[in-house]
Ligand binder design. Structure first.
Ligand code: SAM
Length: 253
């Protein structure tokens, strides 16, 4: 049966690649690499660099354009339609494999965290156009990269961790002592949070040569982050940033 490997490649440093990921990469006959857009181009280059560095055999690379998401309808409806289009793209790619071939998707960070490769592959299976099975190789997430760069534990002692998006963050309560990680934030939601005595640990392009980090009291460093973010985005044409917000300390009750 055709086999697909979903390989977590880490969040920006080729050395995030685990031994398991390198072995999986070298077990594939074809690598499916997404392209398109400034951000996608940079990420496609990072994937190519990983291939150059870790492939020990000849593996065919198949680049493909990721369908573009419409933004004119309801969020859920838009994402659903977008995933349907990507599922068809994946089905067509997988159909190019022979019955005994293995292909791999190189997924940024870890495939379980704000990534839809797994749910889209399930969708492709449900479509019934092409038979295949798949496995998942875990990767280092941008959250781990953020914590490592700031030399902080993710959670406070005995306290929970909340992971959310910029879109949801502005309506959430950050004052309960949990550590809150905000991802996919194009709106700098930290500027709208009410917890001004919180501490923020922010990082962009984590793990890469362009990495920028800022940490401190939210009210004091918010402008510095906004400025650094805008400048870096203008210089590079894209940005990926993540931050952690805390309103308490270890041993606070
Ligand atoms: C679609 S999600 C993918 C997350 C990925 N699967 C992971 O494990 O980190 C993309 C978001 O992850 C975060 N991200 C990924 N790589 C990053 C990096 N190198 N530096 C900062 N944030 C990053 C950003 O919040 C970005 O908007």
């Amino acid at each position: 049966m055709r086999h697909v490997r979903v390989i977590g490649i880490g969040a920006g440093n080729p050395e995030h690649m685990t031994v398991q990921a390198i072995t999986a990469l070298n077990s594939a006959d074809v690598l499916f690499i997404p392209t398109k857009g400034a951000e996608k181009a940079a990420l496609a280059q990072a994937r190519r660099d990983i291939c150059t560095r870790f492939l020990t055999r000849d593996v065919h690379t198949q680049e493909f354009a990721v369908p573009v998401r419409r933004s004119d309808a309801d969020y859920t409806e838009t994402v659903n339609a977008w995933h349907a289009a990507i599922a068809q793209t994946y089905a067509d790619l997988i159909a190019t494999l022979t019955e005994t071939q293995t292909a791999a998707f190189l997924v940024w960070g870890d495939p379980s965290l704000y990534d839809s490769t797994i749910r889209i592959l399930e969708r492709v299976k449900d479509m019934g156009q092409v038979a295949f099975d798949y496995d998942v190789i875990p990767g280092i997430t941008s959250i781990q990269a953020l914590c490592a760069s700031h030399r902080i534990p993710l959670n406070l002692i005995g306290k929970p961790v909340h992971i959310t998006t910029g879109r949801a963050a502005s309506t959430e309560d950050f004052s309960n002592g949990a550590s809150a990680v905000v991802m996919l934030d194009g709106e700098q939601a930290f500027n709208r949070l009410h917890e001004h005595d919180a501490t923020i640990y922010w990082g962009a392009y984590l793990g890469s040569a362009q990495e920028i980090t800022v940490a401190g009291n939210l009210a004091e460093v918010a402008d510095t982050i906004t400025k650094a973010r805008a400048e870096a985005r203008a210089a590079n044409g894209w940005i990926m940033d993540t931050y952690l917000i805390r309103t308490a300390k270890d041993f606070d009750v």
